[in-house]
Design a protein around this ligand. Sequence first.
Ligand SMILES: [Zn+2]
Length: 325
Amino acid sequence: MTKTNKRSKTWLQAHRKDVLPILVGSALGITLGSILALSQAPYTADIGPRQLTLIERVERRREIRMLRNAFAFPSLPKIVTHLSPLLTVIPDRFISGSVGVRHGAPFPAFGQATYPVPNAPNWGAMRTPQEWNRTFREMSQEDFVSFPAYDLDVLTTPLTLLLKHRNAHIDEITTKLFYSTRHFSAYDLDAGEYTGRHPGVDLKLARETPIASIGGGRVNAVQRTENLGTYVVIEHRIGDDTYYAVYAHLDAASVQTGEDVRAGQTIGTVGLTGNTSGPHLHLQIDRGQPGEREHIPYAPSSIPAEEEAERHTVHPIEFIEEHRG
Ligand SMILES: [Zn+2]
């Protein structure tokens, strides 16, 4: 045995220089061969690693989709609004398309509230459809009166009673027609509040009347639904409270989501979009709810109790008057 060992050792020792390159070469050959073979085999080396990449890609796409849903793509300004804490790390080139968005700017102060229109057409003095149906531009200064007071006594006085002495009640008739639907009233010119489920007020205005933001804030959404037509939602912050002013049935919006607006700035014009019998502004001011991103206007399915309504929305005219300063 010792002899054989000795002999083999001697042989290996003797042929080490010849054998080593062969062994190393074979090892390298097998490895390279395996790599080549694996890389060409359709289900192992090639697809395997690519599958991982594909899964990663799919995962990534899924994440992007989730992000898109969460932030309601494709409106980039919306993402900008919701990701505002991250804005400092997003290079400007990624959001260069979002006109009007002030990146990282502090939320605009509410300031002093203003009515959405400075005055109202003197509807009570108009007698013919030709007069009623004029657009804002077709009316002249004499056709307007100052913004009518929201007086429930007047608003619930039967119109038929006022029409009996029409010339003596022009102001009251104008008020009634202007506030064509009261806060949570039925669709009836004589109805009082909490007789219906209409949140906010309907203001009868001439078509194309410019509508102003009631205060400083940021455009939360510009949307279009079957019911509200084209509408703009503006977020307002007063102290720790958040409000969303909704302006609906617009002809066109002149602001974009994410844009900052100041009190009195025109945000759109009165139209006939959505579920409406005539040109008017649907004005609604909702309370912000925790965790809200894009505000969905409050729309109760039945007449709410006053306390229930108060949790979701405020009386828009009282709200404006309270914050007019
Ligand atoms: Zn309305």
